[in-house]
Design a protein around this ligand. Structure first.
Ligand SMILES: [Zn+2]
Ligand SMILES: [Zn+2]
Length: 78
């Protein structure tokens, strides 16, 4: 692994460690709490099999089905 690759991984991890924990849906007004994994809030990723909450360590560590609050959710971080 090159130094460049390692740097990219470190930057990615830091980014995903600081994901917002609370969201509000701009469509229906529901509050949505991100599940926790490995000490940090999970984030939503569009995977091949649909939207999922994903651990900051990646899908190999933690993956949880994302249940939409309404027909066209639009989540904004609080
Ligand atoms: Zn909604
Ligand atoms: Zn995890």
């Amino acid at each position: 692994m090159s130094l460049g690759d390692m740097l990219v991984i470190i930057m990615k991890d830091t980014k995903y460690q600081n994901m917002p924990k609370n969201y509000k849906c701009e469509n229906c007004g529901s509050n949505v709490d991100a599940p926790m994994h490995c000490g940090h809030a999970m984030h939503i990723e569009d995977l091949d099999d649909g939207k999922h909450w994903v651990c900051w360590m990646g899908t190999g560590c933690g993956k949880k089905e994302y249940t939409a609050c309404c027909d066209s959710p639009s989540l904004a971080a609080l």
